[in-house]
Design a protein around this ligand. Structure first.
Ligand code: SF4
Length: 255
């Protein structure tokens, strides 16, 4: 993975080149040299996700399919958002660090969403997403959307934690008309094709390491989940985890 790595303050920086869909993508990654938690890698995984998405946007635009998502359109923020356990812990920290009364307002929105989902019988299903296959996950997503529950971080149809938004949110962009997003169907929505989904690779990486094989957590139950599941201790070294992540991504790092 490394091209002449430099070592500083127990971290290593390497220039990597990923080959995605035959296209080279070069970037620098700095990771802890010693045992690391997936949470410690989250910052660089966001950068990696953004780079992969930017490359996909460029390609799609060049093919005549520009992104139709616009600031102030939060239609997609009523969908089920699957996040990695490390992201659930991060969101808990983000909310805990909010000043009052904002923190209480956000927590109240989570509570209202929880009550609505409990009333429709969805909450129990959302609490047991472990090892759900793609078909079951898709059905869960359709049933969830019918509840019309907005993400508690959505304010005036914009993401209020934009810099901290999960990887799945970063990867979700559409090229179909925005008016279709209010009532999405598989036929009416064209999602931006992405060569490698970092979000899913992180779920898989964490499932291998801990949480009894749990691969993801719904954003809407993330705060309560993080409160009852302590963060896993540091595991493999930063470089080893990134190496595993690339394998899960199916992306070939050029050396
Ligand atoms: S975190 Fe932000 S982008 Fe993601 S669903 Fe919530 S409001 Fe939307």
């Amino acid at each position: 993975m490394a091209n002449e790595p430099t070592q500083q303050n127990a971290s290593v920086t390497a220039t990597i080149e990923l080959v995605l869909d035959g296209e080279p993508l070069q970037m620098q990654l700095t990771v802890p040299t010693g045992p690391a938690t997936p949470g410690q890698l989250l910052h660089l995984l966001r950068g990696l996700t953004d780079a992969v998405v930017d490359s996909a946007v460029e390609k799609s635009t060049a093919q005549g399919n520009p992104i139709s998502c616009r600031k102030g359109c939060g239609a997609c923020c009523r969908q089920l958002v699957p996040i990695a356990p490390a992201e659930a812990h991060r969101l808990r920290q983000v909310v805990d660090a909010m000043p009052e009364p904002r923190r209480s307002e956000v927590l109240a929105r989570f509570e209202a969403a929880r009550a609505k989902l409990a009333a429709s019988g969805m909450l129990e299903r959302l609490r047991a997403p472990a090892r759900m296959d793609e078909t079951s996950r898709r059905q869960l997503g359709i049933d969830y959307f019918r509840n019309g529950v907005a993400c508690p971080f959505l304010e005036q149809e914009s993401c209020s934690i934009y810099a901290e938004r999960p990887l799945a949110c970063r990867e979700y962009l559409v090229t179909s008309p925005t008016e279709h997003c209010a009532q999405p169907t598989p036929d009416s929505i064209d999602c931006l094709p992405i060569a490698a989904r970092v979000s899913r690779a992180l779920w898989q990486l964490e499932a291998k390491q801990d949480h009894d094989g749990l691969s993801w957590v719904p954003l809407i139950t993330a705060l309560e989940w993080a409160q009852t599941h302590p963060e896993a201790p540091p595991g493999a070294s930063g470089p080893a985890q990134i190496e595993s992540l690339f394998k899960l991504l199916g992306a070939a790092p050029a050396t």
